[in-house]
Write a protein of this length. Structure first.
Length: 270
């Protein structure tokens, strides 16, 4: 991944919690690191084959000078959103906003915040439950997913009652698929999913056995990942009707439903 850095750009802005900060303004210093997948301009020496630094500078300037919010954290988020929207070749951006004249008593060079944001991808997850109040478990998991910072634009498939796969001597499942946009990376998203599962008291004692909640990442944009920790797309999604039936309510995957197990509509959504 190549990097382009716009270092220590200075602007006058009005971001701050205190009235005089908004009224009088003060200096802000912004540094951007743009991550681009192999800059084509390295080979062509053509301006159109790289990021237009002047355009990114003007976008950043407009955001800083026009902002009247309270926190530099929020200002950094607005800058990252503007930069990622400006050029689709930028896969990720690091934004540092520095406030050298912050109204804080003491000796310091500046107060600053740094955030990293990647381009949002559309993610599809499969959710299933066959212990306790199955539908309540699914709704609780969906609410927890909505509360992950950096997720938006949720889409929900209907809920289906499905015959268990693997270990057949267990209660029927409720299954659904959920889609949303996120700038949380796939491995970080997996970690957050494990936290949600643990909070809903999932136990991993028997493979394909009963569980309060099971959440699998089916697709993460167009990414292909093959590691011991995570495989995307999910390696068996197309073999499981409890995935393909709700999945096709969110995306046309051009796939016939396998007839491996019984799947029936439990509750219509959308």
């Amino acid at each position: 991944m190549d990097k382009i850095t716009l270092s220590k750009m200075e602007f006058e802005g009005h971001t701050g919690c205190l009235d005089f900060e908004k009224a009088d303004g003060q200096k802000f210093i912004v540094t951007l690191v743009l991550y681009v997948e192999r800059i084509k301009g390295c080979y062509t020496d053509d301006l159109k084959d790289t990021v237009d630094y002047a355009h990114i500078y003007e976008i950043t300037k407009d955001i800083v000078t026009e902002d009247s919010g309270n926190l530099i954290e929020c200002l950094a988020q607005k800058i990252s959103d503007g930069v990622l929207k400006a050029d689709k070749r930028i896969a990720k951006v690091s934004v540092t906003v520095s406030k050298p004249e912050a109204p804080v008593k003491g000796i310091f060079e500046a107060m600053e915040v740094t955030i990293e944001r990647r381009r949002k991808e559309f993610v599809i997850l499969s959710l299933g439950s066959n212990m306790g109040d199955r539908e309540a478990n699914i709704h609780a998991a969906e609410e927890a997913l909505r509360n992950i910072p950096g997720t938006e634009g949720f889409e929900y498939a209907s809920i289906y009652e499905t015959e268990p796969v693997g270990l057949e001597d267990q209660p029927y499942f409720l299954n659904t698929c959920v889609g949303f946009y996120t700038d949380v990376g796939p491995f970080e998203l997996l970690e957050k999913i494990h936290v949600i599962e643990n909070e809903l008291l999932r136990k991993r004692e028997v493979r394909w056995g009963p569980r309060t909640i099971d959440i699998d990442i089916i697709f993460y944009g167009d990414e292909v990942i093959m590691t011991d920790q995570l495989t995307i797309p999910h390696p068996r999604w197309y073999l499981r009707s409890f995935v393909t039936v709700p999945l096709r309510e969110l995306r046309d995957v051009g796939q016939d439903h396998p007839d491996d197990k019984e799947v029936s509509l439990y509750r219509k959504r959308g």
